[in-house]
Design a protein around this ligand. Sequence first.
Ligand code: ASP
Length: 583
Amino acid sequence: MYRTHTCGELTIGDAGKEVILSGWLQRSRDLGGMTFIDLRDRYGITQLVFNMDTNSELCEKARKLGREYVIQAWGKVRERSNKNPRIPTGEIEIEVERLEVLNRSEVPPFTIEDNTDGGEELRMKYRYLDLRRNIVKSNLILRHKVAREVRKYLDSEGFVEIETPFLIKSTPEGARDFVVPSRMQPGTFYALPQSPQTLKQLLMVAGFDRYFQIVKCFRDEDLRADRQPEFTQIDCEMSFVERDDVLETFEGLAKYLFREIKGIKFTETFKRMPYSEAMERYGTDKPDLRFEMRITELTDLVKGRGFQAFDSAGYVGAICAKGCSDYSRKQLDELTEFVKKPQIGARGLVYVKYGSDGLKSSVDKFYSGGDLEKWVKITGAEQGDLILILAGEKNKTLYALSELRLEMANRLGLRKKDVFVPLWVVDFPLLEWDEEEGRFFAMHHPFTSPKPEDISLLETDPAKVRANAYDLVINGTEIGGGSIRIHDTSIQKLMFKVLGFSEEEAERQFGFLLGAFRYGAPPHGGIAFGFDRWVALFGGQDSIRDFIAFPKNNSGRDLMLDTPSEISEKQLKELKLKINLED
Ligand code: ASP
């Protein structure tokens, strides 16, 4: 028997018991005649003690052990004289009578502590050691709990978990596909699913009515902190539903998870906001509503006073930062630098300080006190506030304002990790125009239904058509998104046409779906949640990486497996593939 107990469970009530423990040597200390070892396993840490006076041979043996050795210890639980109130086992120690080394370990490349000395790269390379650290380990346990609760809730609501294949057909859905060459049909390829979108719709045609799957999705995109080339979705679909049925069902899931995982009860219905309002007021389709700080448009108010930056701008907008009128030159310069960063893209920043000595702005040369008072009124600024104004092309300026809004909220401490404000963003545009390609793209995906009242616009004014689509946004993060789908072949065909597909092309790429729709597709709709993101949000972190057991780095590499990597000549031959790295 390797153990009678884990390293996390013995307490003062166990004093006097003979026990066996197994685990990793976290740390050892020699203090005069005594040697102490912290023995660690998944469940915690227990102190082992060896006494030179009573058993010098055993004590010598213990002193030779290195960090991360796997050991087994037999001994008696006793009360500690020097208690550690910070850990559950801190009141006891094991007086060791026998010790076995189950395995040796090389000195680990970084310390297995909450505050490790290992850099990101090193920790990724030795991820199995990183996973021994409490912080990362508890993230994965949190992930497991969330998955378990998701299954519990959806099962109780009648959802059936069904697996869909990973080797599927390349279908453009926004991102680039990862592809897998076929050996049996050389020259052809499978694609890994960007999501099981079309497959779950086929399950609705099949009559499953309520489907879900916690499923890997693959997208060959440029990476950011909250993106991985493979990530996990809670993918769901329902039949005979309208938008509000879907929102209610999954608001239920969100509330259940918050209650079970975070102990937070939401008693009110989540707020809903049309996309157009989110953009106008917050400059983004995923506003962080933990704080207000709305954007106010000033375009018409500021024109015609000879200030070139405003006169030539398509849009001028402002936010009002509460209590910041005493911002120093240096702080304002920092903000100017911030908005001028290439990722934010503003040309400059105009401010109005509403201090105790009245209004003072960076454009006093062009605008009178009366002008500034109008700005104060419309932005709702009060004495003590700072108005920050950006100007330029409308969408770019709204984006820059949305980033400035987040920056100010960070500075003001308004983005508290333990406050959660969920929001449904609804009525997205169905299509977005792509300048480069000179055609429309589906904003969500090509299977999303237009709002019924907008269908007639599809052929006359496609840009105006609103989608029956929705996103769940929590604290400025898009946690999930979905839509009511098109279930009518003729509308689906029209949609493909608006997206620039010829009839043959639509048939070639989506024939399977159009074919299925001929056999009685029910009205249906669904949603998919970013599982990694949701867990990271519960875990209070922005990056999803530490909530994934074996993640990839920013260049899409797995540093531990050292991949992507070349394959053998033999494999290439079998696949009848030739590598030609020149364009
Ligand atoms: N398949 C969609 C996505 O991955 C979600 C959905 O519409 O259900 O974004």
